[in-house]
Design a protein. Structure first.
Length: 118
């Protein structure tokens, strides 16, 4: 069973940087895309960024392009989300998602809270 554990969320000030981590276990991830989503209070969950495990291709939402960087550590089965120039509108619970391109199965982590004060 695939398990995802996010960490790194905390309270920061606008303009600060923060790095989130998603530790994946319970499977081999070569056929997976690992993504970050976020959900602010009263809003729908939205896509933030993703990386394909095999090719390392990355994808970003327009709202974070140029500020956020997604990367992976193969040895630790961990995906990182480096967030720079944070804005109050980045405040949300950030979730890690793993989706298999072979089976279509999708797994979610429990989320980590990021709060950006103005």
């Amino acid at each position: 069973q695939v398990q995802l554990v996010e960490s790194g969320g905390r309270l920061v000030q606008a303009g600060d940087s923060l790095s989130l981590s998603c530790a994946a276990s319970g499977g081999t991830f070569r056929s997976y895309a690992i993504g970050w989503f976020r959900q602010a209070p009263g809003k729908e969950r939205e896509f933030v960024a993703a990386i394909r495990w095999s090719s390392s291709h990355t994808y970003y939402a327009d709202s974070v392009k140029g500020r956020f960087t997604v990367s992976k550590d193969n040895a630790k089965n961990t995906v990182h989300l480096q967030m720079n120039s944070l804005k109050p509108e980045d405040t949300a619970v950030y979730y890690c998602n793993a989706e298999s391109s072979l089976t279509g199965r999708s797994y979610w982590g429990q989320g980590t809270q990021v709060t950006v004060s103005s």
